[in-house]
Write a protein that binds this ligand. Sequence first.
Ligand code: SF4
Ligand code: SF4
Length: 200
Amino acid sequence: MMGRTIFIDPGRCIGCQACVSACRECDSHRGKSMIHLDYTDEGSSVASLPTVCMHCEDPVAPCAEVCPADAILVTADGVVQQADTTRCIGCANCVNACPFGVPKIDLQAKLQMKCNLCYDRTAYGLAPMCATVCPTGALFYGTLEELQAERPGVQVADTFVFGESEVRTGVAMVVPADRVQWPVPGGLPVVEINGKDVRR
Ligand code: SF4
Ligand code: SF4
């Protein structure tokens, strides 16, 4: 997990779309939101879940690993950038490699688009647009210590398993205190919570 990062807390999300609107304002992808806001069981539940790029750390971002054009840069501080417009050929390899279903292809531009943690802001110490407008703190930007100071006892997960593969991420998910056993809501089985293996 990065030092300052986004913590996603699905239990706080009210599906208001403020993050989606704020993301559209970003200079690097004007008019398009890079957040996917899912209403998981519309009609029977008000549950909603914001998804941003998880900025995979280990193994090195699968999207960048499979890109044949070296279009996806991982910065020294672990941020996985959206595709370089001058290199991307729109082949969608990254879309297929991402375990979290994050990148999308702009078919007209033949370009991959995804959240880059508002690098134009976070590189200068500012919070990403989505986290600045989220009215409930479902998208929190800061360090784990800052999150825990605001929300004592909070548990977070940054390691997820998909079949036999584990992925450690730069963005973390808040896990409900009464659900430290896996799977966590959303169907992603959790291996580590705050650095502790919870399978045993
Ligand atoms: S779509 Fe673009 S960024 Fe994605 S793998 Fe292909 S060339 Fe790389
Ligand atoms: S979540 Fe998907 S798009 Fe983001 S770094 Fe991981 S593989 Fe790449």
